[in-house]
Design a protein around this ligand. Structure first.
Ligand SMILES: *[C@@H]1O[C@H](CO)[C@@H](O)[C@H](O)[C@H]1NC(C)=O
Ligand SMILES: *[C@@H]1O[C@H](CO)[C@@H](O)[C@H](O)[C@H]1NC(C)=O
Ligand SMILES: *[C@@H]1O[C@H](CO)[C@@H](O)[C@H](O)[C@H]1NC(C)=O
Ligand SMILES: *[C@@H]1O[C@H](CO)[C@@H](O)[C@H](O)[C@H]1NC(C)=O
Length: 283
């Protein structure tokens, strides 16, 4: 069973596990490396950002998160954050107040990058969204914080593959109503970025190769034009037998298809709780 394609990326971190395709040049930062997607999008009132709401913590973000009004599953380990914000959850099991962090806080970002250095994460991919959206200023501010801390902790922020700076465009070909772009429009955008000398990854639907289910038809020419394909997997797998089924029917034939065309492959791995069926809005 498929989740509705997400309108925004709803995970805090998602891991992109990269497989090295032997005959494509591996001269670069991304092939054969682990890339962590970094949203930096949890906020709280009075955290210093202009949003000033419980951004991505609460469904109704004017109100503090509680067991009903929440958008997350797992309670973060808060021990290393020096600034935290009181929620409307009752105290934790150890009697401590139930507080959460803000991604906008400098010490939060610094702590994340310290962890990435400590656990040898190669690459950070900072997500940006629709630039005309209300988040535009905060995305620029997060980019500055992330760059500063990546440099401080030796995590690569600008990544180069095959001599080209790398970008990823997510969303071409998804069949939801918010992404009604035609194949020609998408090719036009993609070819413009390629003409600027960039290495372009496509964040594409799970069923891109068969052009059905979550993919619009007639998009193979778009998918084939990327340097690397990273099919969406968030919310697609609910249990271990699903994982096996996807490996056999999706991942393996995807890799074969791409290898035959010398296109790189970046599978997407979701850490943590797979049981999205029981927590559809809580990720
Ligand atoms: C806290 O949650 C309770 C329900 O558990 C609700 O009645 C109350 O209004 C919430 N408080 C705030 C400040 O949102
Ligand atoms: C970007 O956001 C603006 C303002 O909310 C909206 O009008 C526009 O349709 C969005 N563009 C896309 C591609 O979602
Ligand atoms: C996308 O595909 C699914 C499965 O075929 C379908 O149920 C849904 O209506 C489609 N959505 C759009 C916007 O076409
Ligand atoms: C695994 O999840 C799928 C839905 O994605 C369901 O159809 C299937 O029955 C589940 N299998 C097991 C063993 O729980």
């Amino acid at each position: 069973m498929l989740e509705r394609p997400p309108f925004v990326l709803m995970l805090f971190y998602f891991l992109l596990l990269l497989i090295k395709v032997p005959f494509v040049s591996s001269d670069g930062d991304i092939i054969g490396k682990i890339t962590v997607g970094y949203q930096g999008w949890f906020g709280a009132p009075e955290d210093g950002s202009q949003l000033d709401v419980w951004w991505h913590w609460s469904k109704d973000n004017k109100h503090p998160p509680n067991p009903i009004n929440r958008r997350f599953i797992s309670w973060p380990d808060m021990r290393e954050y020096t600034t935290s914000f009181q929620t409307n959850f009752s105290n934790l099991g150890n009697g401590q107040p139930a507080k959460l962090f803000s991604s906008f806080n400098e010490q939060t970002v610094s702590t994340h990058f310290k962890w990435m250095q400590q656990y040898v994460i190669d690459v950070v991919a900072l997500q940006r969204f629709n630039q005309s959206y209300y988040e535009v200023n905060i995305r620029n501010e997060m980019a500055e914080k992330v760059r500063a801390n990546a440099e401080k902790y030796g995590v690569k922020f600008y990544i180069i593959q095959n001599g080209k700076p790398v970008i990823c465009i997510w969303g071409f070909g998804f069949n939801d109503s918010q992404r009604p772009f035609t194949p020609d429009e998408c090719l036009n955008v993609l070819n413009w970025f390629k003409s600027q000398g960039l290495y372009v990854i496509g964040g594409v639907p799970t069923h891109w190769r068969t052009e059905d289910i979550d993919s619009r038809p007639n998009f193979l020419p778009v998918y084939d034009a990327f340097h690397m394909i990273s099919p969406w997997m968030v919310g697609r797998i609910s249990n271990v037998s699903d994982a096996d089924r996807f490996y056999t029917t999706i991942n393996t034939p995807d890799l074969e298809y791409l290898q035959a065309r010398e296109i790189d492959y970046q599978p997407c791995v979701i850490p943590g709780n797979l049981d999205i069926e029981t927590e559809p809005m809580a990720n």
